[in-house]
Design a protein around this ligand. Structure first.
Ligand code: F6P
Length: 342
């Protein structure tokens, strides 16, 4: 078979490990020809490809990013995009496509599968907000990066008796923030799932510091929002999939805390550091298992599915199930973090 691969959306530690696994099992066990599409769906629209082989994938297991490149191109925002995708696949003789991506990339894959394209999805996002899988690869690495940073923030916060706000990624779901808050021993947490009350948070910080305990680490997810009426967050426009560009809530929270409590407050925005660099061992294993699961699904003709981790087994679920509903953080997990506040 000739099997195409693409990586779409924001990059994520473990993408190369998925590619390597697909190529290894495809070439060696199934005798496939593997072809990589450059820069997500853009490469499928344009027919821009690169050959993939066991030899060309050597050394990529621990490498961050994606050797294929990525973009947020949406074929359904392009005139005749769906027809262009089908034309490229048929011109190149590609029998099946493995799409590695998050909500947007797999959303496109879901529509293409409904239109008859032979596609299998692999769930990727550091945000861990895809349904149907217990975890997405990249999440574990992002959490580790955030916790390493928070461990460092603790010592400087203690030295200066400061409040340090740490902004982490998490557009619609506070998975990274909640795990980082629990593992990093944060004093406060703000997630997109529940609008936060800045006054209440400041009162709790004041009470904590009144007890003679300083150095509060406040973890805020980039998508967290204040309760209506408390203060306004800045607007930075939208991207190709219509998502609001985020960034800046940490700074605003820090300013509010300093002005309302009088405590010296600083902010650290971790940003793309959470997405770059080498994947953790956990993510390398998960990515490898997903890659093997995806090429097996292709050879079983199980198209329109996505590989998923369930009870530590790799299973296949309909693509639509993975992208249909956002997986948000359960309140009881936030409750665990809250036990340590104050
Ligand atoms: O991949 C998801 C994500 O990491 C979000 O948490 C974040 O909002 C977004 O990507 C930012 O991506 P970019 O800067 O590439 O647009």
């Amino acid at each position: 078979m000739k099997v195409g691969l693409l990586t779409g959306g924001g990059d994520c530690p473990g993408l190369n490990a998925v590619i390597r696994a697909v190529v290894r099992k495809g070439e060696v066990r199934y005798g496939d020809e593997l072809v990589g599409f450059r820069d997500g769906w853009r490469g499928v629209l344009d027919g821009t490809t690169m050959p993939l082989s066991v030899a060309s994938c050597r050394g990529i297991l621990p490498r961050g990013g994606t050797i294929l490149g990525s973009s947020r191109t949406n074929p359904y925002k392009v005139d005749d995009g769906e027809a262009q995708v089908q034309a490229t696949l048929s011109d190149l003789g590609v029998d099946a496509l493995i799409a590695i991506g998050g909500e947007d990339t797999l959303g496109v894959a879901t529509k293409l599968a409904a239109a008859g394209v032979h596609v299998v999805g692999v769930p990727k996002t550091i945000d861990n907000d895809l349904s149907a899988t217990e975890v997405t690869f990249g999440f574990h690495t992002a959490v580790q990066v955030a916790v390493d940073a928070i461990d460092r923030l603790h010592t400087t916060a203690e030295s200066h008796d400061r409040v340090l706000v740490c902004e982490v990624m998490g557009r619609h779901a506070g998975w990274i923030a909640t795990y980082a808050a629990i593992a990093g021993g944060a004093a406060e947490l703000m997630v997109p799932e529940t609008p936060f009350d800045i006054e209440e948070i400041c009162d709790k910080l004041s009470a904590r510091h009144a007890k003679g305990r300083f150095a509060s680490i406040v973890v805020v997810a980039e998508g967290a929002t204040p309760k209506e009426g408390s203060f306004t967050v800045s607007d930075k426009g939208v991207d190709a999939f219509g998502h609001v560009r985020l960034g800046g809530i940490g700074q605003q929270v820090a300013e509010e805390i300093e002005s309302r409590t009088g405590f010296e407050t600083r902010v650290t925005v971790l940003g793309h550091i959470q997405r770059g660099g080498t994947p953790t061992a956990f993510d390398r294993v998960l990515s490898t298992r997903f890659g093997i699961g995806a090429i097996d699904a292709v050879h079983d003709g199980d198209f329109g599915t996505m590989v998923a981790l369930r009870s530590d087994r790799i299973e296949r679920v309909p693509l639509a199930e993975g992208t249909g509903e956002l997986k948000t953080v359960a309140a009881d997990l936030v409750d665990v973090a809250e036990v340590f506040f104050g």
